[in-house]
Design a protein around this ligand. Structure first.
Ligand code: AMP
Length: 170
């Protein structure tokens, strides 16, 4: 199945010059969404890891069904002020300004192996910060999975040393 048909380009969102890759057509199509999750299950069913760490918010949409299928727990990474207990925080720079992500201090146990999950890899800043959070909590990053990779932004350079799997490349 060609999933590209279900990714809509929205120019100038959320700001001028950005071509936003909108996954809502994929989410809204039962066959396309089922195919996406099945592909992820096939890719990760024989990989040795303990928890899925999905990134707020679109990462949750793919990380949760994958965790359910593979029988793994979920440790969410969220925007500041959303997680209720003690957190680790990492601030990172974006093209304009900065962003912060958080994880519960006791979310990942020492020595646990994590699979990071997001919808899209752009510059890699968000996933690099998430990898740092997992490592601060005492875990290790086994793999990083995304649905879409914007290859021209070379986000993998920001994730040197980690395995990255993407389903669709632009
Ligand atoms: P980055 O940290 O630059 O890799 O950005 C990744 C995060 O920003 C992901 O959580 C994406 O959902 C979002 N994002 C960045 N660029 C785009 C884009 N062109 N279309 C859709 N989402 C994007």
């Amino acid at each position: 199945m060609d999933l590209r048909k279900y990714i809509r380009d929205v120019p100038d969102f959320p700001e001028p010059g950005i071509m936003f890759k909108d996954i809502t057509p994929l989410l809204g199509n039962v066959k396309a969404f089922d195919y996406t999750i099945s592909q992820l299950v096939d890719h990760y069913k024989n990989v040795d890891f303990d928890v899925i760490v999905p990134i707020e918010s679109r990462g949750f949409l793919f990380g949760a069904p994958l965790a359910r299928e593979l029988g793994k727990g979920i440790v969410p990474v969220r925007k500041p002020g959303k997680l209720p207990a003690n957190t680790h925080s990492v601030e990172y720079t974006l093209e304009y300004g900065s962003n912060t992500m958080e994880i519960h201090v006791d979310g990942v146990e020492k020595g646990q192996k994590a699979l990071l999950m997001d919808d899209l890899l752009a510059t890699g800043g968000t996933l690099a910060a998430t990898a740092q959070l997992v490592e601060m909590a005492g875990g290790s990053v086994v793999d990083i999975g995304v649905i879409i990779e914007l290859s021209f932004l070379e986000g993998r350079k920001n994730l040197a040393g980690y395995n990255v799997y993407s389903m669709i490349q632009f």
